[in-house]
Design a binder for this molecule. Structure first.
Ligand SMILES: [Zn+2]
Length: 461
């Protein structure tokens, strides 16, 4: 297998507190050396890429992705979803089980793992359902799912309402040392809400979805994690109250964690009233858009701003950012949720929840957390590497000698405009079309092989 030498970059690896200018050598798909010995150990036919001025980081991990295969391949496939991941700088993704059929038995797990190994551009880790058919009524066969190679269980897209069933799921998960990831939504409180319950839902005449609809289940999960000792991870946090609950619980040692998605810490519910109102009301909280001319425009009731959980108030947006900064939230992810245009091009009430995110999550996170000087670059990268790797106990997210050579090369200060048509995802349901981004992945390496690079893509055009 060919060797690869990346020269002159700022190498940042949060797993070993590494942050210095160095060369990095890859041989046989593994990290072989960092520093002066990288050059001296390189054999003559080594491929050399000059990455000076750029950042070399462990390959980024996204633990919340909907690949839609099997069953919904009009929206996305393993091939297109992993291509979007590679383009966004992600070398490992974790796919959610709400496919059709759902991932609730060992056969489906095997099917996805085989297909991902064949057609995937990046590593795909699989989650299994908590309940059969994700119906919340009886447990899925958690032991055999674990044996088939899942890394966590979740009913994402749905939420187990029966607290006793959830307790038993946690007890099993603890036995198998599996992480339980939960989409926190109290069905009775949320009912048929379509956007955050507040001033804008009342003004726009859309049914409200109260923050308590999330906080109630976060509180439930904390109590059950405490009761059972199982590790519970609350997915895509949107509400300030959820962050407060998790912060307090972690202080007293409860095995609870949370994740945040860029849309929840960039946008707010006023975006559903249209871009004019959003920029006027809450635009100050977005990095880089002081200039009127630069501000992207969109209409009111744009369904690309409809997701589950919904965009919330500016106060919630700030609380999510604070939670990421102080370490209450250790993981950043996309909740990449592709839908076809024809599904989204309907009235707001009828459109499915969800947006794509694999190609915009790194720049938006850099903008809101690093370029605003709230966090250092290594700390932001830790939320995409050691954060998810530790939670899922994956031997990923590190540049230790001997580790898989999964590497992301990043231009943190690069300004570019995101165009939905250029996305590798099969679906284009993004609210960030036309946005000027700051920061970009430019080379993605999986097991020592360049699976995507900006330069190669430009050369191919
Ligand atoms: Zn979800």
């Amino acid at each position: 297998m060919a060797s690869l030498l990346l020269t002159g970059a700022r190498v940042i690896d949060p797993s070993q507190n590494l942050d210095r200018t160095a060369d990095l050598l890859v041989t046989n798909g593994k990290v072989a050396a960092i520093g002066p010995e990288a050059t001296s150990k390189a054999v003559p036919d080594t491929e050399r890429i000059d990455v000076s001025g750029l950042v070399v980081a462990p390959g980024l991990i996204d633990l919340h992705v909907h690949l839609r295969e099997p069953g919904k391949s009009a929206k996305e496939t393993i091939a297109t979803g992993t291509a979007a991941a590679a383009r966004g700088g992600f070398t490992s993704i974790v796919c959610m089980p709400n496919t059709s059929p759902p991932i609730e038995n060992a056969g489906t797990v095997a099917l996805i793992r085989e297909k991902a190994a064949r057609e995937g551009k990046v590593n795909v880790f699989v989650t299994g359902a908590i309940s059969r058919n994700i119906a919340g009524e009886e447990l899925a066969p958690i032991g055999s799912l674990k044996q088939a190679g899942i890394v966590a269980i979740t009913d994402d897209g749905h939420c187990v309402q029966n607290n006793e069933l959830m307790r038993r799921a946690l007890e099993y998960a603890r036995m198998f040392d599996l992480l339980v990831m939960d989409h926190c939504q109290d069905y009775a409180l949320v009912s048929d809400g379509v956007m955050h319950e507040g001033y804008w839902s009342a003004t726009l005449g859309l049914r409200g979805w109260p923050s308590a609809g999330e906080e109630m289940i976060v509180a439930r999960n904390i109590l059950l994690a405490e009761t059972t000792g199982a590790r519970v991870h609350c997915q895509h946090l949107s509400a300030a109250g959820s962050v407060d609950l998790i912060r307090a619980a972690r202080k007293r040692g409860v095995p609870i964690s949370g994740e945040a998605c860029p849309h929840h810490f960039t946008l707010t519910d006023s975006a559903i009233a249209g871009s004019d109102i959003f920029w006027r009301a809450d635009g100050k909280g977005v990095f880089g858009f002081n200039d009127m001319e630069q501000r992207p425009a969109w209409p009111n009731y744009d369904t690309n701003f409809k997701m589950n959980p919904p965009l919330r108030s500016a106060r919630d947006r700030e609380a999510i950012l604070e939670g990421v900064v102080d370490g209450t939230i250790e993981v950043l992810c996309s909740d990449h949720a592709p839908h076809c245009d024809y599904e989204k091009e309907v009235e707001f009430d009828y459109a499915p929840f969800g947006i794509t995110g694999l190609e915009t999550e790194l720049p938006l996170s850099l903008m809101q957390l690093y370029h605003t000087r709230r966090m250092s670059l290594p700390d932001v990268l830790a939320r995409f590497t050691t954060g998810p790797a530790n939670l899922l106990k994956l031997a990923k997210g590190t540049l230790q000698i001997g580790a898989d050579a999964d590497i992301t090369v990043i231009a943190p200060d690069r300004e570019w405009i995101f165009q939905r048509a250029e996305s590798a995802s099969k679906s284009k349901n993004t609210p960030f079309h036309g946005w000027t981004m700051k920061g970009k992945a430019v080379i993605t390496v999986v097991a020592g092989r360049v699976v995507w690079s900006e330069q190669n893509e430009l050369a191919a055009v």
